[in-house]
Design a protein around this ligand. Structure first.
Ligand code: ZN
Length: 78
């Protein structure tokens, strides 16, 4: 989950403020150079007549939660 804040410039625009893991709720940290620790970011547009009929989901997952997610898969990714 990305949290944006508005900044004052000539016109209002959004800038990325923080990123939180959707599973554990912890903040994705930045290193001393201002780069976020690596994380999984998913954007899924669900099709009509699916269980989420026409919804779009934005999901961010930290490395620790992704590792748990992988460990729970019956079939591991390549
Ligand atoms: Zn997490």
């Amino acid at each position: 989950m990305k949290i944006y804040k508005n900044i004052s410039i000539e016109k209002q625009e959004k800038t990325l403020q923080d990123i939180f893991c959707n599973i554990c709720g912890e903040k994705i940290h930045k290193n001393e150079y201002g780069y976020y620790d690596d994380f999984l970011s998913i954007e899924k547009k669900w099709g009509y007549h699916s269980q989420f009929d026409g919804e779009t989901h934005f999901i961010d997952i930290c490395q620790l939660c992704y590792k748990i997610f992988l460990n729970n898969m019956k079939l591991k990714p390549d």
